[in-house]
Design a protein around this ligand. Structure first.
Ligand SMILES: [Zn+2]
Length: 274
């Protein structure tokens, strides 16, 4: 059994504010160790429960956060950026299951460090359905033929995941108090929850259907301000709805969906507001 892990940082054990997630900030090295600890707990349980291959894609910021020198010796690590498929790089239809670890809620809803990709995006829609990083990546995985069977993060992230995939297993490592506060499990308690949920999720893998979307996909991004929407609308094929900050386009498949989203985001990011 082949397992793909996309590991984000914000939803990891004990991480409650940006000081754990931004390189150079005072808690960042602690954040890296906490993130690596969560990932290792899952890898250990996966190999003990029938996994033969575990590939981890570091999926936060510049994607170089996990401490490879402390990584479980039997796993391999996809790290660094840029990558065409970002948080989903390395996933193909030879995998039996995907786990999303350390995930967070989408922009504008409750949850620790809620956001969607970066500060420039307010909302993303796939065929009219609002999605955060969880939903976007789950649909990418689903169209690739792989079900998402486990998510870890705070209680709000678990709710967001279950709304899209009711059968998904959730490892709730903290309960959100505000966007930068949570009631957290200790690392030892988190590891126990992650290991238990890993076993159940791997058993479920054959029964969870991949999350699909009708092709071609209408991808819509609502930006933070009109300057970003105007800049993105110079890309051929983009439709800017005047009077909004939304730009839409049609994409043929999940690969085009991911690359187009990244191009839109990176172009919007070049626009100065003040
Ligand atoms: Zn992140």
């Amino acid at each position: 059994m082949k397992l793909f892990i996309s590991a984000d940082m914000e939803g990891s054990t004990g991480i409650i504010d940006p000081s754990y997630c931004n390189p150079g900030d005072n808690n960042y090295e602690r954040g890296r160790r906490l993130m690596t600890g969560d990932v290792n707990a899952v890898i250990e349980a996966a190999f003990a429960h029938g996994a033969t291959d575990v590939v981890v894609a570091d999926s936060h910021h510049k994607m170089n956060n996990l401490l490879i020198e402390e990584l479980h010796p039997k796993a391999t690590l996809l790290c660094g950026s840029p990558r065409d498929f970002s948080m989903m790089q390395g996933l193909d239809n030879t995998f039996d299951a995907a786990f999303f670890l350390g995930y967070h809620t989408r922009h504008g809803v409750p949850g620790v460090l809620s956001h969607t990709m970066s500060g420039v995006i307010k909302n993303m829609y796939i065929n009219g359905q609002v999605v955060g990083e969880f939903g976007f990546n789950a649909i990418y995985a689903g169209l690739t033929g792989v079900p998402v069977c486990l998510v870890s993060g705070d209680d709000q992230t678990a709710l967001e995941a279950k709304a899209l995939i009711p059968e998904i297993r959730t490892a709730v490592l903290k309960t959100a108090v505000s966007r930068t506060s949570a009631h957290c499990l200790s690392p030892a308690q988190s590891a126990a929850v992650l290991q238990e949920e890993t076993k159940i999720a791997l058993d479920l893998a054959k029964r969870i259907k991949p999350t699909l979307a009708t092709l071609p996909i209408e991808l819509t991004i609502e930006f933070a301000h009109t300057g970003q929407a105007e800049m993105v609308s110079i890309i051929p094929g983009m439709e800017y709805r005047k009077g909004t900050t939304e730009v839409s386009c049609k994409v043929q498949d999940q690969y085009e969906m991911y690359k187009t989203m990244r191009a839109m985001l990176n172009l919007a990011d070049t626009v100065q507001f003040f």
